[in-house]
Ligand binder design. Sequence first.
Ligand code: PEP
Ligand code: MN
Length: 356
Amino acid sequence: MIIMNTDATEEQINRVVEEIKKYGLRAEISRGAFRTIIGLIGDERKADIERLGGLPGVKETRMIETPYKLISREYNKASGPGEECAVIKVGDVEIGGDEPIYISGPCAVESREQVFRIAEGVKMAGAHILRGGVFKPRSSAHSWQGLGAESGDLAIEALTWLREAGDRYEMPVVTEVRGESQVDLIAEYVDILQIGSRNMYNQDLLVKAAQKGKPILYKRHFGAGAEEFLSFAEYIASEGNKNIILCERGIVPVGKGKSFTRYTLDLGVVPAIQKETYLPIIVDPSHAAGRRDLIFSMSCAGIAAGACGLMIEAHYNPSEALVDASQLITPEELKEIITVCQQIHKATRARANART
Ligand code: PEP
Ligand code: MN
């Protein structure tokens, strides 16, 4: 929809109409008492909307159609997934099913012994999926970048340890693909490819990862709006891969002074996004809070908000971890969280069912 300025001339209106026609689209003009609005009829992808928005006499353009048709409930009601939450099956684990799933493990894979010991601990705590970073996105170029950045075969070794620990403790595994060049290698070892917050907007990476056909754990950028998040998830779906697990991990805090958390966990987005898309959404309280003393309450809040699961970083000795030590919890603490979250899930699911 093209909204003209109140003082737009006939010539300017005609010019917009002509430009719309050049894209092979139809223009429908509505003349109001104060201004004219021109509707674009047809496949809007054929038009350069930004260019139309810059024509003389144009005030603004507005999209009426959703930019995330493939993953929206609205457009998929007839074909099935629109009504329910899509269930993504990874091995025996169902994400988006009746029960929340818990993804846990170290922030970064550091050694074979470390990943096996943590895998055993989180499995006993009730986790379903094992995580562990090999190629770490870091805020400083001077920080350790994970085993993936070390010379020799350490990336392959770290991926192998993660795979073997997952197999040993019967958990599918997930790790982050930080760049396109890592996709082929990582896809050989893991069940789920994680696209990190910083890469939410990386179209080429989204496409390349999607083409592997494996489920994608897709994290919201800390500065992205919810609609933008879904619009970019559409790049994955456009490759024919609708096995997308959305993840809310906190957005940039606002205001002056200390915010006391690393990011602001946007919990309202969980039930709101579930109304828009049939894709499951999970919550990552670890990266949102950035501190271990808040993980329990933020986990409970995530499940109460209706998340399909949680991703929580854990370590048997948090203070010795090379990355994100301040937010890691022990497997024992994870167990307590899962126990309480299961009770919350029972209570809130009953409430949600009663409402519908
Ligand atoms: C992670 O999950 O390892 C991670 C780095 O998270 P984020 O991309 O949300 O910062
Ligand atoms: Mn981390």
